[in-house]
Design a protein around this ligand. Structure first.
Ligand code: SAM
Length: 447
């Protein structure tokens, strides 16, 4: 049985009223589990029919689903490794619904690791616009990058920067900004009962102060007319309505936008929605604001690639043309022997802790190009010159994910070869004499 601190129950009574008892009862039930489909790689109707567990549509996001029943091993499923879906608590998807992503939007996800909401945003953008995902904690930014690569994000940037520095450098650049703020995590208590021990009124207050400060920084990155969504996975008034009210008082250039979503329950503000376990999710709050006014455009211009051809660039392009049927030459950028395909809308900024811009295509080593795992994860198989197409029941899928060399049955000539499972890219290897030398990254290999 889960024991909740008395102080916390008192706070809840002010928020849930007569539903407090229902919430306490629900604490004894297992948490909701869910996934969101990655449209960069998959179509929901095809993917869901192929998964070995039942799913049910969630009300919180167009491509969000509950995982029904036993969900052990979902994260080890080959389609997960292929980035066809992201495992995500169902109500956590609601903030991106409020963002209302449109094709070609430039979007900043300011507190982005591990990357669930970024995965949704990338899926909604579907290869258009730009997703800039930032995570201030450096080692968490690496996890974010790994999820970017798995999901096959091409038009994206991962950075690790303090929100104030980043948003100042990117002032007025974004159509949409998401602040999914660190919080006291009351909506995680069922999933992670140990987190209950960290709850205190002082902790809630400290979280609210930090949240205000992050939101205050985020404001400058929003272009005039653009949208700012604030979200947390906590129920607290102080961290939710309180932070929004304080922000609106300090920022007359922003207005609250009424939300009318078909999920959750009204919050204390018309611009916000609260989701509780009684509403089909573990717990989330999201609020929507719009920037009405601001300085004349101070946003940075776009980065222009050096146009002067050089020998190394020509050689890299030749090597890439052996691997891909279509090389986006105009986006190729070489830096310290690494080759990247930069995003279309990459802003010209420095000093903001960029960990990755676009896709790492490969590394130039000993006069040849060693392609990267990320390149194959972000390239549709039909653009790759060589593909080893495996079915889900083929034992070579497991062998490949374990890092073993596999047979190609002579189906592909020698050279770099994309490996797919039912059409979803898993990575690549190098074919030689009907054997595929495994290039699946060591850190991702299964035991
Ligand atoms: N949006 C993420 C997702 O969907 O996967 C979850 C983000 S989590 C709720 C909040 C993130 O904010 C954490 O990764 C945490 O490291 C980061 N964070 C912590 N302190 C911060 C600060 N002062 N400014 C910005 N981000 C911070």
């Amino acid at each position: 049985m889960v024991i909740l601190p008395q102080d916390y129950i008192e706070e809840l009574q002010a928020i849930f009223g007569t539903d407090t008892a229902a919430y306490q009862d629900l604490m004894a039930q297992p948490p909701y589990k869910g996934l969101s489909v990655n449209r960069l790689k998959a179509r929901p109707e095809t993917l869901l029919a192929e998964l070995p567990f039942a799913t049910e549509k969630s009300p919180f996001y167009a491509d969000g689903y509950y995982i029904c029943g036993e969900s052990d091993g979902v994260g080890r499923h080959p389609y997960h490794q292929a980035g066809a879906f992201y495992v995500q608590e169902p109500s956590a998807t609601s903030a991106v619904t409020l963002l209302d992503i449109q094709p070609n939007d430039k979007v900043l996800d300011l507190c982005a690791a591990p990357g669930g909401k970024s995965a949704q945003i990338a899926s909604c953008l579907c290869g258009t616009g730009l997703l800039w995902s930032n995570e201030v904690v450096r080692h968490r930014a690496q996890i974010l990058l790994s999820n970017f690569e798995r999901m096959g994000v091409r038009e994206g940037v991962v950075s690790s920067c303090h929100p104030e520095t980043l948003c100042e450098a990117l002032g007025g650049f974004f159509d949409k900004v998401l602040v999914d703020a660190p919080c006291s995590g009351e909506g995680m208590f069922r999933k992670d009962p140990e987190a209950i021990g960290e709850w205190s009124r002082e902790h809630v207050k400290a979280c609210a102060e930090r949240q205000f400060s992050i939101l205050h920084s985020a404001a400058q990155a929003v272009k005039v007319g653009g949208t700012l969504v604030y979200s947390t996975c906590t129920f607290s008034h102080e961290e939710n309505e309180g932070v929004i009210q304080a922000f609106l008082s300090a920022h007359p250039d922003f207005e609250a936008v009424d939300v009318h979503e078909p999920f959750g329950r009204p919050s204390g503000l018309a611009c916000g929605v609260r989701i509780t376990p009684m509403d089909g999710g573990e717990g989330h709050f999201a609020a929507k604001l719009r920037r009405m006014d601001g300085d004349a455009d101070t946003s940075p211009s776009l980065f222009t690639l050096p146009s002067r051809p050089d020998k190394q660039r020509t050689e890299v392009l030749h090597a890439l043309a052996d691997i891909l049927a279509d090389v986006p030459q105009d986006r190729l950028y070489l830096s310290h022997d690494k080759a990247f395909f930069l995003p279309r809308y990459y802003p010209n900024v420095t000093g903001v802790g960029v960990v990755r811009a676009g896709v790492l295509a490969g590394e130039w080593k000993k006069n040849r190009l060693e392609p990267s795992h990320a390149l194959f994860m972000a390239t549709p198989p039909d653009v790759c010159r060589q593909v080893l197409r495996l079915s889900l029941t083929d034992s070579r899928v497991k062998d490949f994910l374990q890092g073993l060399e596999i047979d190609t049955d002579g189906s592909t000539p020698d050279g770099y070869t994309s490996v797919t499972v039912n059409g979803y890219s898993l990575g690549f290897g190098k074919t030689s004499h009907a054997r595929l030398k495994n290039k699946y990254p060591k850190g991702l290999r299964r035991a």
